[in-house]
Design a protein. Structure first.
Length: 462
């Protein structure tokens, strides 16, 4: 890629230098032609302009001798004599060492008038006219202006010499500029592609399984942003891989425990250590139910992660639904000496999947009763507005440790590491509850309440 970028720079430089050279040559050629053809070598530009303006205004050379202002005579003859037609001496042009006389002819070479030329001839040879200054109006030849001593121009192709020198100087400047531009292109290509090279190497290492690769966030703005995005992606992939490995280990552990209990009980009954009684069969059945619930929870999370969790939405009386779920836990709360309080206002029906909302509330109430001590209280509150419906579950337990709050909804995470599986469920309840809330375009948040205990807030769109 570095060489491709370098070649692209070379192509751009070559095209640019070529285009500049061509346009500069054409422009210079026009200026040289205009300068030489317009009498610039003799300081006669103003005379050419006046003569062409006169002809354009009058359509002929009649009366030009009387109408054209007198011009300085040629200060070229040693005796200092001037011809009759010459006017009084004037200041020399700043760009010349002496003043130049001239003769005006028609298109055939017949002299119409002269200034500062001695002796003045009546006709001019065609060979002289070829190198004289042509006078034109609307690109039509109207005559010639012949400077004195024009014969010296026959020996030198001034226009060609100037163009040759200009072309040589242009070529030298283009070569020097091209070399400098190529060196700058090499440095620029290296500077631009260095971060990309780092990204390419890091991406290759990541493809081989090394997810700890990071790149410096340097370079131009876009490349620095690309490096930041790469580092963020690498961190996300590393975190996802860590969670995947942890999840695999957790699933294996969660499945192994009930399977081991079932196997031990069945082998004990098979060996006659345990008699085949209803109580012993119930113990095996309980472990089987735990396995079934764990597999179902994993399936629910898998569907939610894949975006394939289908909701059976219907217009639901949310007040009646929450009241029904709370009523189901009243017996369990009384057995633990916990007051279960439900506070509600009148709310309109909302479009939700009632079974999934019941699953969320069941998880939240199980969690609240598990963490509320005897003689404690669990408050369930329902609030609604035109845009949202909020259900909060507030317990009077010990609250959530601050270090556990960011991980509370992670799979198989337990804030209380000492709880066993029978008391703590599958470890997927809160994670499933949040996934179900998000599937309803809602949210589930948890925090510690200022009055003590933890509060979970389920927010649904009305």
């Amino acid at each position: 890629m570095r060489w491709r970028l370098f070649l692209a720079f070379v192509l751009v430089i070559a095209i640019t230098l070529g285009a500049v050279g061509i346009f500069a040559r054409q422009s210079t050629l026009r200026e040289i032609d205009r300068f030489v053809g317009g009498g610039g070598l003799f300081g006669l530009e103003s005379v050419v302009a006046e003569l062409e303006s006169y002809y354009q205004a009058n359509g002929s050379w009649d009366g030009v001798r009387a109408s054209l202002p007198q011009t300085p005579a040629l200060n070229n003859n040693p005796s200092g004599n001037r011809n009759e037609g010459s006017g009084p001496p004037g200041p020399r042009p700043q760009n010349q060492s002496r003043q130049v006389g001239w003769q005006l002819t028609d298109t055939t070479g017949n002299v119409i008038m002269s200034r500062g030329v001695q002796p003045a001839s009546e006709t001019i040879e065609s060979a002289v006219l070829e190198i004289a200054i042509p006078l034109k109006v609307d690109n039509q030849l109207i005559g010639y202006l012949v400077p004195q001593n024009n014969e010296i121009l026959q020996l030198v192709d001034i226009q060609g010499a100037l163009l040759q020198r200009y072309s040589s100087a242009t070529l030298q400047a283009a070569l020097i500029g091209g070399v400098i531009a190529l060196l700058l292109a090499l440095l620029l290509a290296y500077w631009l592609l260095r971060p990309i090279s780092r990204l390419t190497q890091a991406a290759g290492h990541m493809a081989e399984g090394d997810l700890q690769q990071r790149v410096p966030e340097t370079g131009p703005g876009e490349l620095a942003a690309l490096s930041r995005s790469f580092n963020h992606m690498a961190a996300s992939l590393e975190g996802a891989e860590t969670r995947r490995r942890s999840l695999t280990a957790d699933i294996a552990h969660e499945l192994r425990t009930p399977l081991a209990v079932q196997r031990a009980n069945l082998e004990a009954m098979q060996d006659g250590v345990y008699s085949i009684t209803e109580d012993n069969i119930d113990a095996v059945l309980a472990q089987n139910q735990l396995l079934t619930r764990l597999v179902e929870d994993l399936r629910t999370i898998g569907l939610a992660d894949a975006g394939e969790l289908h909701l059976r939405r219907t217009e639901t009386d949310i007040v009646a639904l929450v009241n029904q779920v709370v009523g189901r836990f009243e017996t369990q709360a009384k057995q633990k000496g916990i007051r279960l309080n439900f506070n509600s206002v009148e709310c309109p029906a909302i479009d939700v999947d009632p079974e999934r909302i019941e699953q969320i509330l069941t998880n939240l109430l199980h969690n609240a009763l598990r963490h509320t001590p005897e003689k404690g209280i669990v408050r369930v509150k329902l609030e609604c507005s035109q845009s949202q419906t909020k259900i909060s579950v507030h317990d009077s337990g010990e609250g959530i440790p601050e270090e556990s709050l960011p991980h509370l909804f992670e799979r198989f995470y337990r804030a209380d590491k000492a709880r066993n599986r029978q008391d703590g469920g599958t470890g997927l309840g809160l994670s499933i509850a949040r996934k179900l809330a998000e599937a309803h375009s809602g949210s589930l948040q948890a925090r510690n309440h200022p009055e003590g205990g933890a509060i979970f807030i389920l927010t649904l769109q009305s």
